[in-house]
Design a protein around this ligand. Sequence first.
Ligand SMILES: NC(=O)c1ccc[n+]([C@@H]2O[C@H](COP(=O)([O-])OP(=O)(O)OC[C@H]3O[C@@H](n4cnc5c(N)ncnc54)[C@H](OP(=O)(O)O)[C@@H]3O)[C@@H](O)[C@H]2O)c1
Length: 328
Amino acid sequence: MLAAELSAIGPAHEVVHAIEVPEPGAPAPGRVIVRMAACSINPADLLLIEGRYATLPEVPSRLGIEGVGTVEAVGDGVSHLAPGDTVLSLGRANWAHRIDAGAQEVVKLPAGVDIEQAAMLKVNGATAWRMLTDYVTLTAGDWVIQDAANSGVGINLIRLAAAKGIRSVNVVRRPELIEPLMDQGADVVIVDGEDLPERVHDATGNADIKLAIDAVSGPIVARLADCLGEGGIVVNYGLLSGRNCELTSEQVVFKGVILTGFWLAKVMRGMTYDDIAAMYDALAARILDGTIAVPVEARYPLSDIQEALRHAGTYGRGGKILLRPDAG
Ligand SMILES: NC(=O)c1ccc[n+]([C@@H]2O[C@H](COP(=O)([O-])OP(=O)(O)OC[C@H]3O[C@@H](n4cnc5c(N)ncnc54)[C@H](OP(=O)(O)O)[C@@H]3O)[C@@H](O)[C@H]2O)c1
C-alpha cells in the first residue's frame, strides 16, 4: 500500500512522496484498521510541511491532518466500532491507503454521510462552527463579518450562519467570488479595500456587528474592527497575509474592540472523546441535511500526491483539493 512521507522540510510538492509501506495487518487490542477513502489537503498541512506551523514535523514522518474511511477490522476490546462503519480520523497521518488507529483516535459518522464532505469536516467544519458559537451569542437577524470568505472555513461559516438566520458580510479579494458566495447563502459579499468599513456600514444599514472572523491578519484586522460596533470581538484564526494582526489603540481603548485567537487543535485538547464525537456527529448531521456543502476543485489518487500538493498550494481555486486513496 502507499502512504505519504515527508522527506525534508520544504516546498510540499518536492518533499512529500507516496512510498510503498507494509499493510498494517490485524489490529492489536483496542485498535482498528481503517481503509481511507478521502482526505483533504489544508493550508495547515502545507504550513507544517514547509516548517511554518506551530510545531516542526519529524523527518521522516507520515502526513495528513484530515481523512475519513471505512473500518475494516477491530481489535479485541473495541465495542463502539464495527467493520463497515464510516469514521473520521482524529490522527494526523491520514494520507495512506490504510491506517492503524486507536479506537478513540477515530469517531463514527452516521451511515450515508457524503464521504468527500466528511473529509473536510474535521478542521474547517469544526473551526467555523466553534468560532460562530464560542465567542458571541448570535441569534437570527444578527450579523457576523469574515474575510477569506471563499475558503473552506468561510463557506462553512456562511452556510452554518444562514441556517440559523444569522446574516453574514463576506470579504474577498476577487470580484468574481461575489456571485458564487451569494449563491452559498451570503447576505453581503464585498471586495476588500481601504473603504471597506464605509461600504459595510452602507450594505448592512449601519448594523451593530459584534463578531469579526479573520484568517488573513495584517492591516485588514483594523478594517474589520472599524466595521464592528462598540466592544466587538475579532477572532483571528489564520495568517494568510504572513503579517501580524494590526489594531489601533483607538480601536482597543475607546471602542473596546477585543482581539482573540482561535486554534482548533488547542480547543480539542480541552475536550473529552465523547464531546469530540458529539461535535462531529452534530456537524455530520449538517452534511446530511444539506447545510454543509463545500466545493471541491479536484481529486487525486495517493499516487499523484505531488501534483495534488502543487494544486493545493495555488490560490484562486474554486474549492478544496482532495486525495482519494480509494482511487489508487
Ligand atoms: N486556527 C485554526 O484552528 C484553523 C483551522 C482551520 C483553518 N485555519 C486557517 O484558515 C485559513 C483558511 O483555511 P481553509 O482550509 O479554509 O482555506 P482554503 O479552503 O484552502 O482557501 C484558502 C483561502 O485563502 C485565501 N487567501 C490566501 N491568501 C490570501 C491573502 N493573502 N489574503 C486574502 N485571502 C487569501 C484564498 O483566497 P483566493 O481564493 O482569492 O485565493 C482562499 O479563500 C488558513 O489560513 C488555515 O491555516 C485555521
